[in-house]
Design a binder for this molecule. Sequence first.
Ligand code: TYD
Length: 133
Amino acid sequence: MNIELVQFEKRNDSRGNLSFFEVDESRFFPIKRVYWLYDVPKFSSRGAHAHKNLRQIMLCVKGSLQIKLDDGYSKRDITLNDPTVGLVVEKMIWRDITDFSSDAVLIVFASERYSEDDYFRNYEDFLSASKVP
Ligand code: TYD
């Protein structure tokens, strides 16, 4: 499956922690959009879609949540609960995001501007498209 967990820098001193990454194109894609999810009710589920072309880096900067990933062939279940770990999700991966802790904040860095045309919101449509050779 086309995902990767990346470890970001962490600078710690008596004033607390600071993490960062730079958009080095040999490592990451150029970022055109940033959005974030927060105050998600305990039993809510987000996502439930795949993207035709969009690539994303997901970073849970506070709290914890679960991400279920499915590329049409295999499934992975990832816990994000570390503000120094980013999940890189390439295109054509269905995701369901659940189990948000009450303090969870998920920030997403995206390779493209928002376009509803880039979404598969129907799982069967995604599955058929993922099987095209
Ligand atoms: P939605 O895709 O349903 O959120 P999620 O996949 O996280 O559950 O998006 C919710 C609404 O926000 C929907 O009306 C589309 C809009 N939206 C934007 O306008 N810009 C964006 O960058 C994103 C991610 C969503």
